[in-house]
Write a protein that binds this ligand. Sequence first.
Ligand SMILES: [Zn+2]
Length: 129
Amino acid sequence: MDDASDLDEWLARLPKPSPREALAELLAAREAAASAPPPEPTTIPAPDYPYPLGHPLAGTLRFWCPLGCGWYHDERSHLDAPAQPLAVPVDPARISQALTEQANARAAAFRARVEQMIASHFEQAHPGR
Ligand SMILES: [Zn+2]
């Protein structure tokens, strides 16, 4: 008898979920998905990409005024020099976590910057909205 058939035999002896158990599992998963926290509220509309690949400004994100007045804010953070060099810890086990934290910090700064641009536009062009 080889290992594979040992495993098959072992798996065959495991109790199978009854339809009732399977349904309960499905409902629990559905409930967990429904009670997950909603995505962070943001005033940032979905951006356009106004420049095609190969254009010097390709990769620019254009955020239009959500009220459609024609104003927009262009984000070119990838073309700007990184504000801070990446800090990579000496401990290899911490590298992935450190890079994730720095990416999250950059994403938060990006979101705050775009939200601030939109908020200032609203103050100037659409006061009270
Ligand atoms: Zn506007």
